[in-house]
Design a binder for this molecule. Structure first.
Ligand code: TPP
Length: 610
């Protein structure tokens, strides 16, 4: 039984002010309670468990040292801010649910949230903007970025470091080094972090210094009062890191689970005049053995699990990600094929490929831009790159795809995972914008299969095709996958239902449900090629009184607009009805709720034909 002199009821926390009155021991008890609570909540609602378990003490110490009503903190990605939410009075019972607390920082949720994210590596640029605004207006507050070791390796974060290291606007950057991305980190920077935190020479020297000085009263006094000197020696003894070449103060590495050490380090950073980097060393998944021991990324983001057994709730149906990974694994037998992932290999089920073909599997980490330009370099040398990427993160690589691949009409396959609505991750992660922005790039084929046969056909076709070939698939299980012996050919749609005066044009897995339920008056066109349009099929559409374009996987600015423009161009005189995702940022909810809300569920579509 724990002896906690002052028990804090987590659900009653309104703001972090109470932390100032708690002793370190009491804060440690609080950290333990928060951990239990986090495990409990995520076991039910899902969420970013491991990252959150790792930063409990650091968040408590931050909230004790700073006043984040006034001071501004930005959690990079924002996926690790659950403890911050608890301490700033938010209930996590409805975490990630429709209308509930977001899994990321959200300005409208709390006066303690000053910015929003979901994509990584933005925090440094944001606080640079805050610090410049503050100084131009003569205001007084601290600006703090909390960023993970892997997010820091991204180009955007490094651009931020470059600028912040060259100006006089003070900020604090806390680098949370847990030696993990979603799974084990990659690249040269991760090696640098390892050196920073494990320098053996430094550790031995530190112990010697402590031993020498602890022999006398004066020595002990000097030891506790010479923090800056120790820090200087520390930086000297450890190999210089990139940050030592900038005009930053660097503190750490600090044990990220020791509240006293963290509090001291944050206080020093606060009272420093210069931009200060604080390195903290944490254990991802701390306190939950399944997550602590996870190296592949299984516990990074979970959908719900049994806390006792560590069994994660998984459907027994195959996901689209896993289907494409299996199909791709076969294609990897061709030695010209190279798979590239920007840090999302686990989510896209690429583990087997990484083990079987290590020299032709390239995980570039959170570096979407690099992934595409690297693919351009490989492609022009005769390799066929396959870039596996989530739709939402493809947004980062628009220019590289356009400028470094499509413009030269280089060959590449893009597997766009999590296309369409993604559910509880909310606005930042929706995969609904890629149709519109890909359509605007010349030389890019865009496709979306409805079943296993089409998936296989499209992937094979992408290797035969000259140019960029993108294949979209949703974050769903393949429960509506059926094997059809279709006569598939490049650029051709499939007419499955032969109606009379109404045509329904759609694509993706919804085709399988609709084809069996539509009234006989409705023709169904499966537009598995979104671009180029099948112009023979478009000409056929001119003969109908009404064309309904149903796209639950993209905004109306995507395929629906593209096809409507072509119908107009061909002087279509009937009605065009567009049922696609509105031109909005779509909030968190289950995908079913999201579809219902916008009238995009199957029932609403069938009602159109009553
Ligand atoms: C631009 C972008 N690419 C990929 C992701 C997916 N993603 C979310 S968290 C994460 C790993 C972050 O690792 P790190 O910064 O070390 O933080 P940790 O979770 O280990 O605390 C990744 C790859 C993302 N959110 N944004």
């Amino acid at each position: 039984m724990k002896k906690n002199p002052r028990h804090i009821e987590i659900n009653n926390i309104e703001n972090p002010d109470f932390l100032k009155d708690l002793s370190n021991k009491e804060l440690e008890f609080l950290a333990e309670d928060i951990r239990e609570y986090l495990i409990d909540i995520t076991s039910q609602n899902g969420g970013h468990l491991s990252s959150n378990l790792g930063v409990v003490e650091a968040t408590i110490a931050l909230c004790k040292v700073f006043d984040f009503k006034k001071d501004k903190i930005v959690f990079d990605v924002g996926h690790q801010c659950y403890t911050y939410k608890i301490l700033t009075g938010r209930n996590l019972r409805d975490l990630r649910k429709m209308g509930g607390t977001s899994g990321f920082q959200k300005i409208r949720e709390s006066e303690y949230d000053h910015f929003e994210a979901g994509h990584s590596s933005t925090s440094i640029s944001v606080i640079n903007g805050f610090a410049i605004s503050r100084d131009l207006r003569g205001e007084h507050y601290e600006t703090v970025a909390f960023i993970g070791d892997s997010s820091l390796c991204n180009g955007l974060a490094l651009e931020g470091i470059n600028n912040i290291g060259n100006d006089k606007h003070k900020s604090i950057i806390i680098i949370n080094d847990n030696d993990m991305s979603i799974s084990t980190p990659v690249g040269g920077f991760s090696k640098m972090f390892r050196k920073i935190s494990t320098s053996d020479f430094y550790r031995k020297s530190k112990h010697l210094y402590k031993r020498l000085l602890s022999n006398s009263k004066l020595g002990r006094f000097i030891y506790t009062k010479t923090y800056d000197f120790k820090n200087l020696i520390k930086r000297f003894l450890m190999k210089l890191s990139l940050f030592d070449y900038f005009d930053f103060s660097v503190i750490g590495p600090v044990d990220g689970h020791n509240i006293k050490q963290l509090t001291n380090a944050f206080l020093r950073a606060k009272h420093n005049d210069k931009t200060t980097i604080v390195f903290i060393k944490t254990i991802k998944g701390k306190g939950f053995s399944f997550a602590e021991n996870d190296k592949v990324g299984k516990w990074h983001g979970v959908g719900g699990f049994n806390k006792e057994t560590g069994v994660i709730n998984n459907s027994d149906k195959e996901s689209w990600s896993s289907l494409f990974a299996k199909l791709l694994e076969k294609e990897m037998e061709n030695e010209n094929v190279i798979t590239i992932t920007p840090g999302t290999g686990f989510g896209s089920s690429l583990l087997d490929i990484s083990l079987k073909y290590p020299s032709r599997y390239i995980d570039v980490g959170i570096s979407e831009e690099h992934a595409f330009t690297l693919a351009g370099g490989l492609s022009i040398n005769g390799f066929h790159p396959v870039i596996s990427i989530y739709s939402t993160f493809l947004q980062r690589a628009y220019d590289e795809l356009s400028h470094d691949i499509a413009r030269m009409n280089l060959d590449a396959t893009i597997l766009i995972d999590r296309s369409g609505l993604v559910g509880s991750d909310g606005e930042t992660h929706q995969g609904i914008y890629d149709e519109a922005f890909l359509i605007s790039i010349p030389n890019v084929v865009i496709s979306m299969p409805s079943n296993r046969t089409e998936a296989n056909f499209l992937l094979k076709e992408s290797f035969n095709h000259h140019g960029v070939f993108a294949i979209r698939y949703p974050r769903e299980n393949t429960d509506c996958l059926l094997e059809y012996d279709e006569n598939l050919s490049f650029g051709k749609w499939i007419k499955t239902n032969h109606g009379t005066n109404i045509a329904l044009v759609t694509f993706g897995p919804v085709v399988n449900i609709l084809k069996n339920q539509l009234p006989t008056k409705v023709s169904l066109y499966n537009a598995l090629f979104l671009k180029p349009l099948d112009l023979d099929a478009v000409n056929e559409l001119l003969n109908y009184n009404k064309v309904v374009i149903y796209d639950p996987y993209g905004t109306k600015n995507g395929f629906a607009s593209y096809l409507s423009a072509e119908l107009l161009n061909r002087h279509f005189t009937g009605d065009v009805v567009i049922k696609a995702i509105p031109d909005q940022f779509i909030e968190q909810a289950s995908t079913e709720q999201q579809r219902e809300k916008y009238g995009l569920d199957i029932k609403s579509i069938l009602n159109l034909f009553k």
